[in-house]
Design a protein. Structure first.
Length: 119
């Protein structure tokens, strides 16, 4: 049986992570699920909660000062995780308002449509 992938994008910071989910398929909904602590326990709880609802998960986040600890944790939990190059994320001209929620939602949609470049 073929499972559709659910794409999870994270906008990471030192203390918090904003999380958005893009359902499989071009018409699937992209929704913001909230902000969690960047503590490994909170991340594991979020991954487990999403894994209970979706058969196949694929995670991504922008490369930054937080490093690859999050990548290692998610892959050790058995899920795909991609670290993307922030300079190669497509942006619309004039789109200057940046919030964690908007960033996470935009990255989820771009990740689903395979428009991101891994580091």
């Amino acid at each position: 049986m073929e499972y559709s992938t659910t794409y999870v994008a994270m906008d990471t910071h030192k203390k918090t992570i904003a999380v958005s989910v893009a359902e499989a398929g071009r018409r699937g909904e992209v929704r913001y699920i909230g902000e969690i602590s960047s503590d490994p326990t909170a991340v594991a709880k979020m991954v487990a909660k999403l894994a209970a609802r979706h058969a196949r998960l694929s995670f991504c986040y922008e490369a930054g000062p937080c490093g690859y600890g999050l990548h290692r944790q998610i892959t050790q939990l058995g899920h795909e995780c991609v670290v993307v190059a922030p300079s190669l994320i497509p942006t619309r001209p004039g789109d200057r308002v940046k919030t964690d929620r908007r960033d996470a939602t935009a990255i989820a949609a771009l990740f689903r449509s395979a428009e991101l470049t891994a580091v």
